[in-house]
Design a protein. Structure first.
Length: 266
């Protein structure tokens, strides 16, 4: 029996009802599927039972990788990679119209999501993400403006992804039993045609400047980026005495668009 490793944030989903519920969120038959962190293969086996066109598995744990290889080595639809997902060139390996599943390790779940948001080519080759997060992280992703959870992760995610479904999972559905509740989020890629941001790293920069001092008025952050903040506030129709959480996602997108124009001029 494989012993879960705390260092890799391993909590294996064992509840068959929840596994079936997750599987039902994607049209698997004849689709290209990718699973991040398949672990012991509980979800993997269900995916294969739905007859996908192809299945890519990415597993960092060498022992689990060996187990999965032994289990699926005769299935020509399955490709298995023994890699850390954060160091894996996912964009070049993924196939067109892929659905990505992931019971993500809590300690790197945000980094994995941002990696997928920052694909160079957009729209991406994936058509849907079905990811499990710690509830605290999931709540930040789907947060509303001017709420305690609203911040950088909300803004980054909503620039390129739309959440289409979500539900909570009790900690009793896992082995070992984590201390926290989990939440599944379903994403679909979107294209924002109202605002042009050419490098999403600039959106990271802008949000970092403001939310590193989230209790201060936005005029402090604006002075770090722009010269004439009064003209900027009129153009964007924002109050200079507002706090970062009071600005909408679109305010940050427009701000980033203007920031990129200043970079071009300089």
């Amino acid at each position: 029996m494989i012993k879960p490793k705390k260092s890799l944030g391993q909590n294996f989903l064992i509840d068959q009802n929840i596994i079936n519920k997750i599987i039902s969120l994607g049209q698997i038959e004849n689709s290209n599927i990718l699973e991040i962190g398949p672990g012991t293969g509980n979800l993997t086996s269900k995916i294969l039972s739905k007859n996908p066109k192809s299945l890519i598995l990415i597993e960092k744990d060498k022992n689990l990788y060996d187990e999965l290889t032994n289990k699926y080595n005769e299935n020509k639809k399955v490709s298995i990679f023994n890699y850390d997902i954060l160091n894996f060139d996912l964009e070049s390996k993924i196939k067109n119209n892929t659905i990505i599943f992931g019971n993500l390790p809590y300690n790197i779940s945000t980094q994995i999501l941002v990696k997928l948001i920052k694909f160079k080519n957009w729209p991406p080759k994936y058509k849907k993400l079905i990811f499990m997060f710690q509830k605290e992280v999931a709540d930040k992703i789907i947060a509303k403006v001017n709420s305690k959870n609203y911040g950088r992760l909300t803004i980054m995610t909503k620039w390129r992804l739309k959440v289409t479904d979500h539900f909570e999972i009790s900690n009793s559905c896992f082995f070992p039993k984590p201390r926290v509740i989990s939440k599944v989020l379903v994403f679909k890629p979107i294209v924002n045609n109202d605002v042009k941001i050419y490098n999403i790293s600039n959106l990271e920069t802008i949000t970092q400047i403001f939310f590193s001092s989230k209790r201060k008025m936005i005029n402090k952050g604006l002075k770090k980026v722009f010269q004439d903040i009064k003209s900027l506030s009129k153009e964007l129709q924002i109050d200079l005495s507002a706090r970062p959480a009071e600005l909408s996602e679109n305010d940050y997108y427009k701000m980033t668009e203007l920031f990129e124009k200043t970079l071009i001029k300089s």
